[in-house]
Design a protein around this ligand. Structure first.
Ligand code: FAD
Length: 466
């Protein structure tokens, strides 16, 4: 039986980063992935295909607004087949590149489904029908996530789209009900609305993007309403049914039962770690109260030599965090083998972005989190509708928000709802990384007229308190 220093289950964003790092550190490493198609969620059915579709939607919206800018764009329309084909071409290119990286890395790459046999052994069921066992000294679970289908009476029978199906669908329905209020819900709501679908979004929580501050959530929610999207939060789903061609969702809001109907339903109520078929009990791994692996800050499961990273860990579902967790887990696996002190992940720079319309991004602490932790903070915001560059672009929805510690004056959080939010937020990521104060940010030159210079206004407001 082959014995590995480091066995990585999953070859997605987290798994690939881990095996690359493991090989660099000189560990005898194996990457095991059981999918028929190599690439992982981000490349095949997540970030890249969704952003490719959104790119078409955004450019279509620009064309639709041509006359506002003194332009004529002639007959406007779209070809969903061509949009899908562009997406497929790009996804194939990204996936091919990843497959080659996995096949040619300094580690073994096994196309097999892995499950634990014991705390130090894995069974590999190969895609070619072969079965073998391997031994490992340390391992990483990087098996990603799957759709978390909650029980709603009638939903399964009525039928619905999810992100996997919608990303490759040949049809844009005339109307759609989106169940959910997170990133995937907001991105698809924007996609369908841009292409002319009548969209209704139903969110369980009192606010869309439940983890963002209320003013940040409200900025994007109100902008969606102005675009004609019906945004209903604070709902409890009761049942789903079909009458003729119409799909009907019954829900309770403010104690009253209401219904909405549409041609299609899009399910975006969340994902859960894909750990059900790993036989974690055979490895002696215990799940936490939320039934996830729930690692410690060193990325260890309840079995110290078995780590978890990415969506499988059940903490965040974003790629850069999956990669960061995987690299820390790998370095800690090597340290464990050498009896060295383990390092910890630092969530100070936690960064989230949503490619909605307007876009949304936030980093570090939210105002709600900072206040709840008892930290004294100062907060300043500035709206895009009073900013020259965004007025020139005709993109005036939204705001920027800066949060500084009232004692140290360090910037501890920031948020953007508005044009290029996922790009603009990186200025605050860098500021927080270097523990900059608001006065540092205000003093840094910002070219005029740029979107970036909007940061100087809240920075100057906060700097006045230093
Ligand atoms: C529609 C959509 C859009 C998204 N957009 C963004 C975005 O814009 N930005 C962002 O940061 N994130 C985005 N995400 C989230 C992001 O895609 C994930 O957080 C990320 O891809 C998770 O990476 P991972 O390595 O944890 O899992 P994955 O990439 O899913 O990799 C897991 C791998 O493990 C393999 N595997 C599973 N079980 C086994 C087993 N038992 N044996 C062997 N192999 C196994 C699978 O085949 C798979 O290849 C999006 C997600 C979705 C669904």
């Amino acid at each position: 039986m082959t014995e590995f220093d480091f066995a990585v289950i999953g070859g997605g964003s987290a798994g690939f980063s881990a095996v690359s790092e493991g090989a660099k550190l000189g560990l005898r490493t194996i990457c095991i992935d059981g999918a028929a198609e190599v690439g992982g969620l981000c490349i095949l059915r997540g970030c890249m295909p969704s952003k490719t579709l959104l790119e078409s939607a955004n450019r279509f919206l620009t064309l639709r607004r041509a006359s506002e800018f003194g332009l004529s764009a002639g007959h406007l329309g779209f070809d969903l087949g061509a949009i899908r084909q562009r997406k497929r071409t790009l996804v194939n290119e990204f996936a091919d590149h990843r497959r080659i990286q996995l096949e040619e890395g300094d580690f073994e790459f096994a196309r097999a489904h892995a499950s634990f046999v014991s705390p130090h052994r894995l069974r590999l069921d190969g895609l070619d029908g072969s079965v073998r066992e391997i031994g490992f000294r340390t391992a990483l679970i990087a098996t990603g996530s799957e759709l978390n289908v909650v029980e709603v009476p009638g939903l399964a029978k009525t039928g619905y789209l999810d992100s996997d199906i919608a990303l490759d669908s040949a049809r844009i329905p005339p109307s759609i009900i989106i169940l959910g209020g997170g990133a995937i819900a907001l991105e698809f709501a924007h996609f369908y609305n841009a292409l002319g679908t009548k969209v209704t979004a139903l969110q369980r929580n009192a606010q869309f993007v439940k983890d963002a501050d209320i003013d940040v959530s409200a900025a994007v929610t109100n902008a969606y309403r102005r675009q004609g999207i019906e945004m209903i939060s604070g709902t409890r789903l009761v049942a789903v049914e079909k009458t003729g061609d119409r799909k009907i969702v019954r829900f309770v809001k403010d104690g009253l039962e209401q219904t909405v109907s549409a041609d299609e339903i899009f399910y975006a109520l969340g994902r859960r770690p894909a750990i059900g078929r790993l036989h974690l009990d055979a490895a002696g791994i215990e799940l936490n109260g939320d039934l996830v692996i729930g690692t410690n800050d060193q990325m260890q499961s309840s079995q110290p030599h078995i780590f978890a990273a990415g969506d499988a860990g059940g903490q965040f579902e974003v790629v850069h965090i999956a990669i960061e967790e995987a690299v820390i887990a790998t370095r800690n696996a090597a340290r464990l083998l050498n009896d060295e002190k383990l390092s910890s992940i630092d969530h100070r720079l936690r960064l989230i972005a949503i490619f909605s319309h307007p876009e949304l991004a936030y980093v570090g602490l939210t105002e709600r989190e900072a206040t709840a932790s008892g930290r004294r903070i100062r907060v300043a915001t500035y709206p895009f509708d009073d900013h020259g560059r965004s007025m020139v672009r005709g993109e005036t929805d939204g705001l920027v928000k800066l949060i500084a510690d009232a004692n140290t004056h360090e910037i501890v959080g920031g948020a953007v709802v508005g044009p290029e939010a996922p790009e603009l937020i990186h200025e605050i990521v860098v500021a927080i990384h270097f523990r900059a104060k608001a006065s540092d940010l205000a003093a840094i030159p910002h070219y005029h007229p740029t979107l970036s210079e909007i940061w100087t206004y809240p920075a100057e407001e906060l700097a006045a308190f230093e």
